[in-house]
Design a protein around this ligand. Sequence first.
Ligand code: 1GP
Length: 232
Amino acid sequence: MVPSFYSGWRHVFKLDPDRDIGDEALEAICLSGTDAILVGGSSGVTFDNTVELLSRVRRYELPCALELSDASVGVPGFDGYFVPMVLNAANPEWIIGHHAEALKTFGHLIPWESVVGEAYLVLNPDSTVARVTEATTSLNEDQAVAYSQVADRLWNVPVLYVEYSGTFGDMALLQRISSSLRQAHLFYGGGIDGPDKARQAAEAARTVVVGNVVYSDLAAALETVHAVKGSS
Ligand code: 1GP
């Protein structure tokens, strides 16, 4: 059976182990009413900084999941693990190569009962994830919907993540993708800098991911929680 630890999440904060966050800010984030903490980043994530962040989040009661883009940082003890594959990566390593390599090396250690595949559609060409995966971001609407349907209908991936990391995305497109899904749980992340954008994203996505603003404007980040959960 596919794990469903994330199925009730409407709002999550994504924290990057490679970025500093003070104890007070972390406490505010963890006590904000968000549904979970997602740990992940596109660069500079190590086993040690991931262990450190997990242990700090563990002082609080909320679930904490890891996005595992590099198997060597597979820290045990998270409530769940997302394994990303990038649908529109021009470099196939990010669609299947790294995954096959990771299973060959670490397959015997993987706690499958808490691992979920996560199909990313990367749409901001200026993001680190787009550069790292060499993503083809210049997709028109029909193409973006088609990629989403490959994940949802052909591959039956449980989570589709529309990723605009660093910039706020096209909400009309997000809505169209949302309506076209048959089974995948839709995550949206990118450019949410306060309650207004959070509310808009929550109208289309089942889970809204708030990242960067945690580090740049904590008060605005905290306001996104109610904006999303109030719109459920
Ligand atoms: C990043 O989707 C998340 O992976 C959140 O994006 O940092 O732009 O909020 P932001």
